[in-house]
Each structure stands twice: as structure tokens, then as C-alpha cells.
Design a protein. Structure first.
Length: 427
């Protein structure tokens, strides 16, 4: 396993500085091969392509990409799991992941052990390119879904050491834990870093001195980015990704747009299914070129980006860069004492029987949780949701949990969290 990982990592590292035209040619060949593979090995794609009259033989040039049908999360959710998996793959022998439900609608993802390693190597490539070293102590601020119950052998030897901080803890407790860890690198939800930066500003000094801070999850506005940088004394680097794909694009030391990992994904920015020109706005459509067990081909994520620009970055990476214009930005939730709660620390989407959910905060002490029942919904689902939300929000909040027949969209997207508390009252 380690030999495979090392050889793959060094190949991925070399790709960072390879000529862009070479990478684009390989990307196109990988895309064609994946479409052929999916058509002949994945029942979901065979049925979809036949329904619209598309055949992989139509892919003669990159201009033909638009002939391949767009897919969305709902298509997977409405299809039997085995039909979404490639022939020869058994879900019981694959690694299962579940989306956090950033759109309020979770989806189970299945990857091979090799693909899981590949995702990790893409992640490490981002960290190392930005200056992290093998011996740097990392603090990972996350929810309990991402906390493993084991350590790798190399971690016991002092390589890639990592300690976890629970994002649902109070900012005071998180800072206390960070002080004990004394990290050189912090990797965290963007919203968690905003909460910690707010707390540090109140305290007047920062108890830790990280060399690098990486954020992920929500899109940062300029004010929050400045707050984190000022309070932690860093220039943070943001990483854009999703559970279906892993890390997709990332900021380098120049912090000018997001480098698109074109050796692993095919990116498109589209309006009404048609590509937009470089630098223009469109909805992100992405193909995962390295995952074969459950392929995602021309998958519309829903976030608004600019089409990648191919100017050479001074950091030395030849990958093109895009800009994020609209991400998964939910409202904050608030406890009765006015402390903020990040939407990302809830794991409602992982509770059995939940297909979609939405939280509506009516007042500091009143929260409604709407649940769209899924396949395994039963009498235990709503109490389990109430228990989890109460654990995160704390005592003193009335949690009203109810099943609903539909959850409406707003501006074409489903907002997972809505706060009806007037802005003036949140201060």
C-alpha cells in the first residue's frame, strides 16, 4: 500500500509543473475512456445515455462534451444503489462516505480502497505545495464523522501527526485544546475558524501560532477572511471540494483564485448546459476522472464559479485557476446566549431515514427541523434528530422536529439553514 501511495504521490506532484497542454490532452483521453467505461459497466449510465440517444462513439473532440447528459444528485437518489455501481463492485466491499447534506439532501458515495488513498494523496499534494512538511503537527477541527479510531504506523513514527478538535465544542474549549496541541498547521471548517477568530479578538491575543491555516466547507467572504488572517497571524489558504469528489480546487501562496486539479477532474462552468468562456460565470459541472466504482460524469454541483483561466501562476503550478462566486453559504444558527453555531457541525444527514432536511430558527430559543423522510424512515428517526440537534444547540432551545412532504427551494437551491432572527438582534 505504501509503495503504491509513494509512487502515485510523486506522479501527482510532478503534474503540478507539467505543461498545461500535455495535461489537457491526458484529461480528454481520460474523460473519453471513463464515458466508455460507464456506458458498458454502470447500469445507471447505460440507461440514461440510451434514453437520450447518446453513445460514447460521438466523442470526437472536446466540443462534443456537451453531448454527454448532465446529471444531478437527485438522479442518483432515485436509482437503486447497485445500478449506480460498476459491474464487479459490491457495496459491502467498498468504502462508504455520506455527504453532509450541504443542500439538505444527503447522498451515499462508494469508493475503492485505492481511490480513498488517491483522494488522500491529492489532499496532501495541496498541503505540501503550500509549505506543510512531514513533521508538522496538524490540528483538524471537524465533526465526529471525520475522526478515525486508529492511527497509521507512520503517524506513530512522527510523520504527518494529527490531532482532532471537535467543532461543536465552545470556542473557549476549542482554543484550549489547540493550545495543548500547539499546531503548526490548522485545517478547519471556514465557519469554525470565524468563530475562533471572533473569540481571539475578544481575548486580545491568540494562544497558538500556526504557520499555516487551511479552510474548507463554506465560502469565505472578504471580511471573515481578513478576520481569520489578522487574529491568527497567517494568510489562510482555502480548499474547495465535496464528498462526491474529494478536494477539487485550492488556493496557493498567491491566494489569487483556486487552482483546478485538471489531472484528476474535468471542470466546466456552464449556463443552461452550455459552456461559458474563460473568466465568465457559470454553474460548476465536474467529472471525477479517477473514481471508477461509482463514477460521477458531468455532475452539476450547483455552485457558481468562473470558467478556469490559464494564465501561469507565480507559485509554479501550471494548473488553471477559477474563482468561486457563490458557494454553500447557509445562515448561522444561534444559541440563547447569542453564540454562533456553524451549520456544518450538524450530522442530521447521516441519521437513518433522513433524505433531506432544513432548519428554521424562529427565535434564539426556538428551532424547527423539517425532515423529508427517506427509505428507512421510522418512528425512531425524528427522536434521533431531536437528540442530536439538542446536543449541539444545548439546553434552553425548543427543538420542534417534524416530517414534511416537500422542502421548497429558493433561487434554485435548497437552503439547509434559515434564520428568521432579525440581524440587529443577532449582535
Amino acid at each position: 500500500m505504501y509503495l503504491f501511495g509513494l509512487s502515485t504521490y510523486f506522479r501527482l506532484k510532478r503534474n503540478l509543473r507539467r505543461p498545461l497542454e500535455e495535461l489537457k490532452r491526458e484529461q480528454w483521453e481520460s474523460f473519453k475512456a471513463l464515458v466508455y467505461y460507464a456506458y458498458y459497466n454502470v447500469p445507471f449510465y447505460r440507461k440514461l445515455y440510451d434514453q437520450v440517444g447518446f453513445h460514447p462513439q460521438e466523442l470526437k473532440s472536446r466540443d462534443d462534451i456537451q453531448k454527454v447528459p448532465l446529471i444531478r444528485k437527485a438522479l442518483f437518489q432515485d436509482t437503486e444503489l447497485q445500478d449506480c455501481l460498476a459491474l464487479g463492485h459490491d457495496a459491502d466491499k467498498l468504502r462508504k462516505k455520506k455527504t453532509s447534506g450541504s443542500s439538505g439532501s444527503p447522498l451515499e458515495i462508494f469508493v475503492t480502497p485505492d481511490d480513498r488513498i488517491y483522494r488522500t494523496l491529492i489532499h496532501l499534494r495541496i498541503l505540501f505545495h503550500n509549505g506543510m512538511t512531514l513533521r508538522d503537527q496538524m490540528a483538524h477541527i471537524s465533526d465526529d464523522r471525520h475522526v478515525p479510531d486508529f492511527r497509521y504506523t507512520f503517524q506513530n513514527l512522527g510523520f504527518l501527526p494529527k490531532e482532532f478538535v471537535y467543532a461543536a465544542d465552545s470556542p473557549e474549549d476549542q482554543l484550549a485544546n489547540l493550545k495543548k496541541i500547539d499546531p503548526a498547521v490548522i485545517y478547519s471548517y471556514s465557519s469554525s475558524m470565524v468563530l475562533l477568530a471572533d473569540e481571539i479578538k475578544k481575548l486580545g491575543s491568540c494562544p497558538v501560532s500556526p504557520r499555516l491555516v487551511f479552510t474548507t466547507g463554506e465560502l469565505l467572504n472578504s471580511a471573515d477572511r481578513d478576520l481569520i488572517n489578522e487574529q491568527f497571524g497567517v494568510q489562510l489558504r482555502d480548499i474547495y471540494g465535496c464528498v462526491e469528489m474529494g478536494d477539487i480546487a485550492w488556493q496557493c501562496s498567491e491566494v489569487a483564485g483556486y487552482h483546478v486539479s485538471i489531472d484528476s477532474f474535468l471542470f466546466e462552468a456552464a449556463q443552461d448546459g452550455q459552456p461559458v468562456e474563460s473568466g465568465e460565470e457559470g454553474r460548476l459541472v465536474i467529472t471525477n476522472l479517477h473514481s471508477k466504482a461509482m463514477p460521477f460524469i458531468r455532475y452539476e454541483v450547483g455552485d457558481v464559479v468562473t470558467a478556469p483561466e490559464e494564465d501561469l501562476c507565480s507559485c509554479g503550478c501550471t494548473f488553471p485557476r477559477m474563482k468561486m462566486l457563490q458557494g454553500r453559504a447557509d445562515d448561522w444558527l444561534y444559541r440563547p446566549d447569542r453564540t454562533k453555531v456553524s451549520p456544518l457541525i450538524f450530522v442530521v444527514a447521516s441519521i437513518r431515514g433522513v433524505r433531506q432536511y432544513r432548519m428554521i430558527q424562529k427565535a434564539f430559543d426556538h428551532l424547527i427541523v423539517e425532515i423529508l423522510p427517506g427509505k428507512y424512515f421510522d418512528e425512531a428517526t425524528l427522536p434521533e434528530v431531536s437528540k442530536h440537534v439538542t446536543e449541539v444547540m444545548g439546553d434552553g432551545v425548543k427543538i420542534e422536529t417534524k416530517a414534511v412532504e416537500t422542502i421548497p427551494q429558493q433561487a434554485g437551491k435548497m437552503r439547509r439553514v434559515i434564520s428568521e432572527i432579525p440581524k440587529d438582534n443577532k449582535l
